[in-house]
Design a protein around this ligand. Structure first.
Ligand SMILES: NC(=O)c1ccc[n+]([C@@H]2O[C@H](COP(=O)([O-])OP(=O)(O)OC[C@H]3O[C@@H](n4cnc5c(N)ncnc54)[C@H](OP(=O)(O)O)[C@@H]3O)[C@@H](O)[C@H]2O)c1
Length: 279
């Protein structure tokens, strides 16, 4: 298929390009070649490429920054997504939109299914959810994938941060009361490749299996890497990030499972592969 990846310089975008290139004719854009907030340019560029499938991996992804720069978050994540959806209307392309566990408030206390009501706590989650709404309103053929706690070789992420901090500090404070599922961008890219070859449009939760707190995750990262560092578990309130975050945002990959698609492996197995690549 002819596939366009928008946001190919991002963490997920990089791995998507490597995975999708194996089977498809892939074109890419970056913020430098096509800013999705520019409607005319977006419609023109997508029109020239005329892909069967567009994967939107570009977004304003700074969760804390979205509180201070809310207009930018809305401009990129809501209007930018609208612009891409309009472009897809013109070319009759199917659209893959990547959303987040932060569309939920975490109050349920157990894993979220695709059919659970959303209630984003912060600006980033709100804008990502409103991006979903643009896609649903404007297109018939879309895949909305909600994922969580991404890490990969080509972007800043929690794993890299933990390993970097361990080199500089004797003690690291890590939030122990937020639970989620770390997800490897390579595994998500493979799942996207699986999905776009089917007409199974709709909303999917797609994460690596199993879940943990940030604190447990940090323990595992350092243990697997053989790094000695003291980790201090703290509450969300003690840590004091600017943006509110859900306490329990594990995503049940329910729709994915019902559809009969192969479940993604445990985050622990995926983390081992990632750490091996860092060597
Ligand atoms: N990271 C996570 O933990 C996580 C969790 C759940 C869902 N997601 C979603 O997964 C997707 C991929 O995330 P990621 O972590 O790979 O993000 P990322 O590394 O921050 O990549 C996003 C890319 O979008 C580009 N971009 C920003 N504004 C743009 C614009 N106006 N026009 C075109 N490109 C623009 C960025 O360019 P610059 O870097 O130059 O600004 C960057 O290359 C996003 O939709 C994100 O919301 C991420």
């Amino acid at each position: 298929m002819k596939v366009l990846i928008i946001g190919a310089e991002g963490m997920l975008g990089h791995d998507l390009e490597a995975v999708l290139k194996r089977e498809h004719e892939v074109s890419t854009t970056t913020i430098h070649t096509m800013d999705i907030t520019d409607l005319d340019k977006t419609v023109r560029t997508v029109g020239e490429i005329n892909p069967q499938v567009v994967v939107l991996a570009a977004a304003y992804t700074d969760v804390d920054g979205s509180e201070e720069r809310a207009d930018l978050a809305y401009q990129v994540n809501v209007l930018g997504t609208r612009n891409v959806a309009v472009a897809c209307q013109n070319t009759s392309s199917a659209l893959v939109y990547i959303s987040t566990d932060y569309v939920f408030d975490g109050a349920k206390g157990s894993s979220y299914q695709e059919y659970d009501p959303v209630n984003p706590l912060g600006t980033y989650g709100k804008t990502k959810y409103l991006g979903e709404v643009q896609v649903r309103d404007l297109l018939d053929r879309f895949y909305i994938l909600r994922t969580s706690w991404l890490y990969g070789l080509h972007g800043p992420n929690f794993v890299a941060t933990m390993l970097g901090l361990a080199e500089k500090m004797d003690q690291i404070k890590v939030v122990a009361d937020q639970i989620g599922s770390p997800t490897y961008t390579v595994d998500l890219a493979e799942a996207i490749n699986h999905l776009i070859k089917t007409p199974a449009y709709g909303v999917y939760h797609v994460t690596n299996s199993d879940h943990c707190s940030w604190y447990e995750y940090a323990q595992l990262i350092h243990q697997m890497k053989g790094v000695e560092v003291e980790l201090q578990p703290v509450t969300t309130e003690e840590f004091g990030s600017p943006a509110p975050r859900p306490k329990y945002s594990v995503l049940d990959n329910y729709h994915w499972r019902l559809q009969g698609f192969p479940p993604l492996r445990s985050y622990k197995e995926a983390l081992k592969d990632y750490l091996d690549l860092l060597k």
